[in-house]
Every structure is written in structure tokens, then in C-alpha cells.
Ligand binder design. Structure first.
Ligand code: FEO
Length: 397
């Protein structure tokens, strides 16, 4: 692929990873991209690099613009390996005059690459450097989503280089938001937020406040994953505000795993009850849905009802995986309930309730346990459970 002009003398020189399907546990059904940007100025500057294995592509694209050895500065906005993994080969080739990074970035670089001979220059929030015709101002965005993360802002180009912020895991030949289907783009951006940034939502709010106070004016957000925003800048900013507030809608999820379909029958009955209360509902069998796709719907759901059969005095392992993952992502303000079938001991519902307590869910009902196979009366109770949760959602919104 060719380099792509982002702004006059600023180029996308990243890589498209068409085939990655698992990004440290995140299911990338449509691949991803590792975006890096090259600014041609008195000081030729490379913003971020790419994942190990893609360094050759990066260098090939740079060569189509300039000799890589003419690069003076490298800016490391984030040290995670998908952006810094080929830094050793790039530093070796380029021999940069300076490598700019945040204070936490320097610490992380030293612990990743063990190279105390690189020409680090630590920059903090508000620091500016001149590239010649353009300047770069930095904003530390700690815990968005690593301690080292930062944004680079180029006022002359009205360009914000946002690293992971506003990213999407979506491999496309197009590079800009106005060139792809908008609903798919925002779905991918929401999935990215739900699975990467959700636990740091308060930091998103704080970062937005800092950007507002600085009066930064930008018409393009060059994220390091997926499509570059230039048409829907306001819309993605507003979406981040909404997602960071964890604003919920009249929507409920039924998430379950089942051994011999008893818990599945209960799940359908709970769904019926939720529908009777007028909610928008999604049913997720954990055997058929990945935890990270479910998290996309968790983002704006007010209620989540969990179902699991009991196995060996516990819940089914895929439910334990789902809850462990969800707990780490810290969803807030949810209403929940539990149900499940059992044979003799029946601990799953109690354990599901415990996990919901730990996640600070409001749990208005102790839940329903059914021995072996539900009767029509049992299923009627499940419908009532759905209705109770549905009513609670309607009362809270
Ligand atoms: Fe895309 Fe946190 O790395």
C-alpha cells in the first residue's frame, strides 16, 4: 500500500493487519491497522511505529516519501508493542536525534527495550517542540489507556494525533471516516471504547476538560488504529462524552451458558418478560458470542441478566470468564439478576449474585434456581423475573 496524505506534508505510513483475529484477547473479526504518521519539516518527525513484523512495511512507505535516515525525531505517544514493537529496528536505521516520550513513557521504554543509550527527551503536558514550520504540543493522557499514553497536537495543521484514543480495530483499504460505512465505523469505535477505555472513563472526562481549557482547534483526529477522523470529529467526540458517562438506554441483555438447555429455556422466558416491559433486548449464548462483542452492548444497556447452570459447585467456565472480564472493565450503574438450573447443589445463582454485588449492580431480586428441567410454572417465574427487571429499568431511566 502507498503512503496516504493526511495533511500537507503529513503522511500515514502505517500498516493494515488484515488477518489478525485475536488482539491480546480482543476478537478482531475484521483485522486492525497500526497507524504511524510522518511529518516532513525542518525536523522530519515520525509519530509512533507499528507492531513487530510490520517494520519493513513502515520503512517501505517512509522511503516513498523520504530517506528514513533523514528522520530527526521520533515521537512515542504510547509504548504498547503494537506502536513501539519495531522501534529497535527503526532507531537502528534512523539514528534519530531525539526520541520524545512522556515521563512514564521513558520508564516503559527502558523496561521494554533495555536501551539506556537512546536519545530520550521527556516531554510533559503543555511542552511544545518546533519542527520548523509546525509545532507539536503534548498532552499526557495517563491511563488512556496506559500510564505513558499521550496526545500530540499540531496546531498549524489542526491535527490531533491521539494514539489509541478514538481508535477502532477495523482493517480497510480506506483511511478516512468519510470513505467507509458510518454505522459500522461507530460500532467498531464503541467496541474499542467498551473493551479498552471503559475502566478509565473518568480519565476520558478529565482529558476532554484539559483539551477544552487549552482551546485546541483540530479538524482531524489521526488515531493509531483504524480510520482517521475528519468528517465526524464532533460526532466521535460526543460519542466519547456519552460513553464515558456510561449513559444507558432502555436496553437489557440476557447473557447465559447452559448444559442441557434448561438454562437456555429460562433465558428465553426472561427475555420474554423484558420484552413485555418494552425494553430493547439482546440474548447472548456464551457459546456463540465473544465476551468483547457482548461488552459493546453492555456499554449502553441498563440491565444485564445472567444465567448459568451449576457445575462442580460453581458456574459454567465461560460465564466465569465473562464476569471476570466484565468486572475488570468496571461498568457502572447497571441493574442485574441471575437464574440457572442445577441438579443437586445449585451454587451458580448465588455466585452470579455475588459477582454482581462486586460490580456494584443493583440486584432487585434474589434470582431463580430450577432443579434439572424447568416446568411451565418455572418458566412463568422467569417471565416475571424479566418483567421485574424491565420495570426497574423503566423506573430508573
Ligand atoms: Fe494500540 Fe495500547 O496500544
Amino acid at each position: 500500500m502507498e503512503p496516504v496524505v493526511v495533511k500537507d506534508n503529513v503522511y500515514w505510513v502505517g500498516s493494515v493487519d488484515w488477518n489478525v483475529r485475536n488482539f491480546h484477547g480482543y476478537s478482531t473479526h475484521q483485522g486492525t491497522t497500526y497507524n504511524a504518521f510522518l511529518a516532513i519539516d525542518d525536523k522530519v518527525t515520525l509519530f509512533d511505529t507499528v507492531k513487530p513484523g510490520f517494520g519493513g512495511e513502515l520503512v517501505d512507505k517512509i522511503r516513498q516519501i523520504t530517506d528514513p535516515e533523514k528522520i530527526d525525531y521520533i515521537v512515542v505517544d504510547h509504548v504498547e508493542m503494537d506502536h513501539s514493537g519495531c522501534l529497535p529496528e527503526i532507531v537502528s536505521l534512523v539514528k534519530p536525534e531525539k526520541i520524545f516520550c512522556s515521563p512514564m513513557g521513558k520508564d516503559a521504554l527502558l523496561h521494554h527495550f533495555h536501551r539506556d543509550d537512546w536519545p530520550y527527551q521527556v516531554v510533559k503536558t503543555g511542552d511544545r517542540i518546533s519542527l520548523g514550520k509546525r509545532t507539536v504540543e503534548f498532552l499526557e493522557t495517563r491511563m488512556l489507556h496506559w500510564p505513558d499514553s499521550m496526545f500530540s497536537y499540531i496546531p498549524e495543521d489542526k491535527l490531533l494525533i491521539s494514539n489509541d484514543g478514538f481508535g477502532q480495530h477495523w482493517a480497510t483499504s480506506e483511511r478516512f471516516d468519510d470513505e467507509v460505512d458510518s454505522s459500522e465505523l461507530f460500532k467498531q469505535a464503541a467496541k474499542y471504547y467498551a473493551n479498552i477505555l471503559l475502566p478509565f472513563s473518568s480519565r476520558v472526562t478529565a482529558a476532554f476538560q484539559e483539551v477544552r481549557e487549552k482551546n485546541w482547534a483540530f479538524d482531524t483526529i489521526a488515531t493509531d488504529h483504524g480510520l482517521i477522523w475528519r468528517r465526524d470529529v464532533d460526532k466521535i467526540l460526543q460519542s466519547y462524552v456519552k460513553w464515558s458517562r456510561q449513559e444507558a438506554t432502555a436496553k437489557a441483555l440476557v447473557v447465559y451458558d447452559t448444559m442441557w438447555h434448561s438454562t437456555a429455556k429460562m433465558a428465553s422466558a426472561v427475555l420474554d418478560g423484558l420484552l413485555l416491559e418494552g425494553l430493547s433486548v439482546r440474548l447472548f449464548d456464551l457459546r456463540a458470542n465473544s465476551r468483547d462483542d457482548i461488552m459493546t452492548d453492555v456499554l449502553d444497556a441498563k440491565a444485564i441478566v445472567f444465567g448459568s447452570s451449576t457445575i462442580n459447585n460453581g458456574m459454567l467456565p465461560q460465564m466465569a470468564d465473562m464476569l471476570s472480564y466484565m468486572k475488570g472493565l468496571k461498568p457502572t450503574g447497571k441493574i442485574g439478576a441471575a437464574f440457572g438450573s442445577y441438579g443437586w447443589s445449585g451454587e451458580a445463582v448465588k455466585l452470579l449474585n455475588h459477582m454482581m454485588e462486586e460490580m456494584k449492580f443493583e440486584v432487585p431480586d434474589p434470582g431463580i434456581r430450577v432443579k434439572y428441567v424447568p416446568t411451565d410454572a418455572d418458566l412463568a417465574k422467569c417471565v416475571e423475573l424479566g418483567r421485574k427487571i424491565g420495570k426497574a429499568v423503566n423506573e430508573r431511566l
